[in-house]
Design a protein around this ligand. Structure first.
Ligand SMILES: Cc1cc2nc3c(=O)[nH]c(=O)nc-3n(C[C@H](O)[C@H](O)[C@H](O)COP(=O)(O)O)c2cc1C
Length: 363
């Protein structure tokens, strides 16, 4: 019997993922001065032990100013590399690939971690935030400084420098965060980008930063390693970025060296009405894959092995990207394999706990 598609390997450039289960980036807000620590080692390491094919870090800031909160993970200085290298070594030793999400929060930077209130920081703790246009994200948020062309060039350089450090740290996949209303998405969407220079106005101009970041990262990231991009396929707002724009963006990014579009949505405007429900974003992965031929990742309220397998069997996406279910259940892949009738090897230390026959925690 053929294995379930979820447990077939996924080749992305020279990298062969052992299965199609990806741990979605999830901010832990547990860093000091951007440094990874034991929390990140255990958090990411457990998910590698749990059988995922690829473990992506949370949004990792390419500059200190690009942090969502003071507690974000970062990779803006060489000193950050050593602990990240320890984490990638462990993740890889467990048979998973190690990936990093590179991010700049733009006008959504400078807030408290969600479990510290999540609000914009008080003036004494805040820093100058930047954006394509001087438009605050929402009432109560600081008005961002409109970045100049030279500041844009510096940010592009920051992404490239971060990518070079990621390579030194042993990461095998870079995912650029161009979703959820962070800086690159702010440039893409006409709702947040009202510039009249080469980085605003027309569709091509709004895509320019995304394209230039991809080119700069590709300039330092080896050709044999994959580069993924997470987008918000739609702003869910009339007149905003939409899925047709996402298809057009994918067509531009592919020849620049992007291998997979991770299809999320929303986050750029606070008042968007989002119909959240099981698999609610999978339709975007399906459309982008169908219309561009690019590999896509489906994310968003995917929780059961059957649902994940269905997405793959029906050709809607190439990778299944799980966030909250992997927090609930770090060993979800081991259970999924069992329930799909294709048990996979457990870490030998845990082999005596492997489910046999019809036994599983749900039964
Ligand atoms: C605790 C937490 C932190 C998150 N942090 C990030 C992040 O750093 N980068 C990102 O692109 N998405 C982030 N997300 C969004 C998830 O990656 C994912 O897209 C979203 O939760 C939907 O998937 P799910 O239904 O499987 O949770 C976060 C989600 C959660 C729950």
């Amino acid at each position: 019997m053929n294995p379930p598609l979820l447990f077939t390997s996924l080749r992305t450039r020279s990298l062969e993922l052992r299965n199609r289960i990806v741990v979605s980036p999830m901010c832990e807000y547990s860093s000091h001065d951007g440094f990874a620590n034991d929390w990140h080692l255990v958090h990411l390491g457990s998910r590698a032990v749990g059988g995922a094919g690829l473990v992506l870090t949370e949004a990792c800031a390419v500059t200190a100013e690009g942090r969502i909160s003071p507690d974000d993970l970062g990779i803006w200085k060489d000193d950050h590399v050593a602990m990240l290298a320890r984490i990638t070594a462990f993740v890889r030793s467990q048979g998973a690939a190690a990936g990093i999400q590179l991010a700049h929060a733009g006008r959504k930077a400078g807030t408290a971690a969600p479990f510290k209130g999540g609000k914009p920081l008080p003036a004494a703790e805040a820093w100058q935030i930047v954006a394509p246009s001087p438009l605050a994200f929402a009432p109560g948020y600081a008005q961002p400084h409109e970045v100049s062309k030279s500041e844009i060039a510096a940010i592009i350089g920051d992404f490239a420098a971060a990518a070079a450090r990621a390579l030194t740290a042993g990461f095998q996949v870079i995912e650029l965060h161009a979703a959820h209303g962070y800086l690159i998405h702010q440039f893409l969407s006409p709702l947040s980008n009202q510039r009249s220079d080469a980085y605003g106005g027309s569709f091509d101009n709004r895509c320019r930063l995304a394209c230039e970041v991809v080119e700069a990262v590709r300039g330092v990231w080896p050709a044999e390693l994959p580069l993924w991009v997470r987008i918000s396929a739609t702003d869910w707002v009339e007149g905003g970025w939409d899925v047709a724009d996402s298809v057009a963006l994918a067509r531009r990014l592919r020849p620049l060296g992007v291998d997979l579009m991770d299809c999320s949505s929303g986050g750029n405007v606070a008042h968007a009405q989002i119909p959240v429900g099981p698999g609610y974003q999978t339709v975007f992965a399906e459309q982008i894959k169908r219309e561009t031929g690019m590999a896509t990742g489906a994310v968003g309220v995917i929780t059961s092995p059957e649902q994940a397998e269905h997405i793959l069997v029906t050709g809607q996406a190439d990778a299944i990207i799980l966030a909250r279910q992997m927090l609930r259940e770090p060993y979800w892949p081991l259970r999924a394999a069992h329930e799909l009738g294709h048990p996979i090897a457990w870490p030998e230390q845990y082999a005596r706990a492997a489910w046999v026959g019809r036994e599983s925690p749900r039964r």
